[in-house]
Design a protein around this ligand. Structure first.
Ligand SMILES: [Zn+2]
Length: 109
């Protein structure tokens, strides 16, 4: 059994980290738009970089949404219970993915 306080701390630390990462990616992309290079090949490289930054930001924001949902489940006392079958989520799975909302077998569906 994982202590709720430890889980909350883990989720909140991860949440802060992701918020910083998402904001940094957004700021980097904004800076890049301000200083567009006159060189065409550099422009192409910059656009690719923007795509990478957007990818980082959207991945961070989608994980943030999952973490917020996990924190809400924690408050309701539903953390660690599979939202699909109602069984306990495996401890090893929660260690690997603290915001997991499905057990191992349901996650495959
Ligand atoms: Zn399940």
């Amino acid at each position: 059994m994982i202590g709720a306080a430890g889980v909350r701390e883990t989720l909140q630390l991860r949440r802060e980290e992701l918020l910083k990462r998402a904001d940094r990616a957004r700021d980097d992309a904004a800076h890049r738009r301000e200083a567009v290079s006159p060189d065409f090949s550099e422009q192409a490289a910059e656009r690719q970089n923007d795509d990478v930054l957007r990818g980082i930001e959207s991945a961070a924001r989608s994980e943030l949404a999952q973490i917020d949902a996990a924190l809400a489940r924690l408050e309701r006392g539903e953390y660690g219970v599979c939202t699909r079958c109602g069984n306990d989520i495996e401890a090893a799975r929660l260690t690997a993915i603290p915001y997991a909302d499905r057990c191992q077998s349901c996650a495959g569906h």
